[in-house]
Design a protein around this ligand. Structure first.
Ligand SMILES: Cc1ncc(CNC=O)c(N)n1
Length: 247
């Protein structure tokens, strides 16, 4: 329990605290102009195609990251937690997702074998690789995992809400991450991350310093995910700094 929670109001956990504390950055990632343009139907289709090609590259790099978190979950040896099952289902959806990207790309005339990673994609993929290093704590990796999936879930679910004017040909893409099943999956990831953060925050005496370190590292990692997501959306819009030199 943190000191700020009110009686009768369920305590949301550490991730909830972060989202509230960094609300503007969070909104920047989950209500980006690219997403808003899908939602109001004004999206530039060349931007969507650019996003499609770059996200395919990202998703391929995301698979080994998820696998690395699964290995950590296995090594923790806590079979009853159900963490591995959550990650295994995640890998299953990524399998479908990769097939969907290929099918979607051919529908839009995008040749995935010819797509080169742009700077923001390269940086984001490098960040995933850093998180796969053995010295990275399970708690920190889980915070990143939860944040990465949740930004997409919240963004695309927004495009499916009542009153949105998402073009019919983009609704399937939005469904992929905006559906309720993906929402539940994100809640499961959040529960794992919160449980780990709780454990770290209440760490046993000799480990207090190490544990506090893990919690603050996890928060910084969460913020870095939000920044990478914003850069990724900016690139999709074609508003990334590197491609539009300032006058
Ligand atoms: C840049 C980015 N962030 C998150 C996701 C969602 N995770 C897997 O699909 C994604 N596809 N791309």
């Amino acid at each position: 329990m943190d000191g700020k929670s009110k009686p009768g109001v369920p305590y949301g956990g550490m991730t909830d605290t972060w989202v509230k504390k960094h609300r503007l950055i969070y909104i920047g990632a989950t209500r980006h102009p690219f997403i808003l343009s899908i939602r109001d139907g004004t999206v530039d289709l060349s931007a969507f195609k650019r996003w499609l090609g770059q996200d395919y590259i990202f998703v391929r790099a995301f698979v080994p990251f998820v696998a690395s978190v699964l290995i950590r979950a296995y090594k923790k040896g806590d079979e009853s937690s159900g963490d591995m099952e959550v990650m295994l289902s995640g890998l299953g959806s990524l399998n479908d997702e990769i097939a969907w990207f290929k099918q979607e790309a051919s529908k839009w005339g995008v040749d995935l074998s010819q797509v080169a990673p742009e700077k923001p994609t390269q940086h984001y993929c490098r960040f995933l690789e850093e998180l796969m290093r053995p010295e990275v704590d399970y708690t920190v990796a889980m915070a990143a995992f939860w944040a990465i999936e949740t930004v997409y879930q919240e963004s695309f679910a927004h495009c499916l809400e009542e009153g949105s004017k998402t073009p019919p040909e983009l609704q399937e893409a939005c469904q992929r991450w905006g559906n309720d099943g993906f929402g539940h999956y994100c809640s499961s990831l959040r529960n794992i991350a919160d449980r780990q953060l709780e454990k770290a925050a209440s760490g046993s005496e000799p480990l207090v310093k190490v544990s506090e370190d893990v919690v603050s590292k996890a928060e910084v990692t969460f913020l870095r995910v939000l920044e990478y997501e914003v850069d990724f959306w900016n690139m999709s819009c074609g508003t990334a700094g590197h491609s539009a030199p300032k006058p």
